[in-house]
Design a protein around this ligand. Sequence first.
Ligand SMILES: Cc1cc2nc3c(=O)[nH]c(=O)nc-3n(C[C@H](O)[C@H](O)[C@H](O)COP(=O)(O)OP(=O)(O)OC[C@H]3O[C@@H](n4cnc5c(N)ncnc54)[C@H](O)[C@@H]3O)c2cc1C
Length: 255
Amino acid sequence: MTPRESAVVRAPLVTILARPTFIAPAHLPVAWVGESTDGERLAEFAGRLCYMSQRNPAQRTTHEYLDNIKKQGHGSVFEHASYSLLLEGVSRSLTHELVRHRAGFAYSQVSQRYVDESAACFVMPPAVIGDAALEATWCAQMDVALDSYVTLIDALMSRYGWVNDTVHRRKMAREAARGVLPNSTETKIVITGNARAWRTLLELRTSEGAELEFRRAAIAMLRALRSETPAFFSDFDIYDAADRWPAARVLYHKV
Ligand SMILES: Cc1cc2nc3c(=O)[nH]c(=O)nc-3n(C[C@H](O)[C@H](O)[C@H](O)COP(=O)(O)OP(=O)(O)OC[C@H]3O[C@@H](n4cnc5c(N)ncnc54)[C@H](O)[C@@H]3O)c2cc1C
């Protein structure tokens, strides 16, 4: 038996959930130049406040202003602009690495104690995709794991039949049975991070040394964030690495 095709996930899905809204204060107007997003204006406003340079004497565009911030390494003003992403189609091993990024991030992830995984999906590791023999070996193991999970859930629900609170009984069963689910089990997570924190995470996780599934998701998150708010991420360069997977390098390291 092979897992139903719909249960095999071959790529992550990134959705922007939230972006900043900038409300320009009438009593401290800035002489804006050029197009920009609310998050970028918020960061520029915060930066200009430090020197009360709202008149914009150098007539810089917001993009030029923020580029200079990156160059000077004064990235604390980037912390005012937060972006929330919904990340789906990623494995539990990826999110285990993801949540190590602490400063400036908030996370909310699907609970395996509360949510039944009997119809779980599994994220095929990128290195396995496209090789029939490797895919078959991997799929067979997902099947075994899922069968064991379902068997354990049924048995544990019976074993703890005296627990009248069914929500509690299901939780007892699911939290024990999940132990047999593999690292590849698909999960969903909401990530909120400020632009400075996103830059640090993306620098580390789009690099050639990053774990491949995380690197693939980080490239997808970089593309989403860069199209949402170009000025914060314009110095990232995406290229095809020697291992034939996309990677990225950043011009201004850790602003
Ligand atoms: C390729 C790669 C391989 C890895 N391998 C392993 C591994 O084998 N084992 C393992 O356990 N982890 C591993 N990690 C995870 C790594 O050690 C970090 O936990 C992770 O990258 C998050 O980085 P960070 O702590 O800089 O991020 P954040 O927690 O987001 O911190 C961002 C920055 O804020 C500052 N900061 C945050 N917290 C503190 C603090 N408490 N004190 C002082 N400064 C702080 C630091 O400047 C830090 O760089 C790996 C990461 C990568 C990218």
